[in-house]
Design a protein around this ligand. Structure first.
Ligand code: TMP
Length: 205
């Protein structure tokens, strides 16, 4: 096993962008390279964060962006404390399906909360932990929503909301060029994986 300093790599994107499949592929690549890898997803992966996930995604009751923010951030804090920081300390590569950028986009940019406030609250929740690399998997909204199936509370939000989500992610990537890599997932799975491989090989050279 390689004993390098831990790294946090996040995967972001609109609904149905194929994050889950591509994270598994990235995990395989990194393990082949000799890294210890921990795969996580947000919200969830601790008992408390899983309970919060159920409220956020599977309750039919409408929630304001403010309430959503508090819940997502509570889940994130728990995950950072219990899983992410210990893994990074142990030198592992943490691959996380969504992180703070999702709050900025879903509750801030699309949910109309102050983006500055989300950044401040996010820093509080993560102690300012920023990913070393973020892969934005981009997909047009109608394709993504079809793929996702539209079953949870977030997926059922209006199409205009999801259009803002996509726009927000692309804007964030443009503003943070050093950290973000944008990959379109409308191409064949082989081409997407080829791009993921290039990005991972470069970041872990
Ligand atoms: P996913 O497991 O399909 O990515 O579902 C998580 C959902 O929660 C997705 O609709 C995005 C949303 N979400 C937010 O709105 N804000 C957040 O901070 C996070 C982490 C997720």
């Amino acid at each position: 096993m390689k004993s390098k300093k831990g790294k946090l790599v996040t995967f972001e994107g609109p609904e149905g962008s194929g994050k889950t499949t591509q994270i598994r592929y990235a995990e395989k690549l990194l393990k082949k390279k000799g890294y210890k890898v921990l795969v996580l997803r947000e919200p969830g992966k601790t008992p408390t964060a899983d309970a919060i996930r159920k409220i956020l995604l599977h309750k039919n009751e409408p929630l304001s962006s403010e309430v959503e923010t508090f819940l997502f951030l509570a889940a994130r804090r728990d995950l950072v404390e219990k899983k992410i920081l210990p893994a990074l300390k142990a030198g592992k590569v943490v691959l996380c399906d969504r992180f703070q950028d999702s709050t900025w986009v879903y509750q801030g940019f699309a949910g109309k909360l102050s983006q500055k406030l989300i950044e401040t609250m996010g820093d509080f929740a993560t102690d300012g932990l920023t990913p070393n690399l973020t892969l934005l998997l981009d997909v047009p909204v109608s394709t993504g929503l079809k793929r996702a199936g539209g079953t949870d509370r977030m997926e059922r939000k209006p199409k205009a909301f999801h259009e803002k989500v996509r726009k927000g992610f692309l804007q964030l990537a443009k503003k943070n060029k050093k950290r973000f890599r944008v990959i379109s997932t409308t191409q064949s799975i082989e081409n997407v994986q080829e791009e993921i491989k290039k990005v991972i090989n470069y970041a872990f050279r």
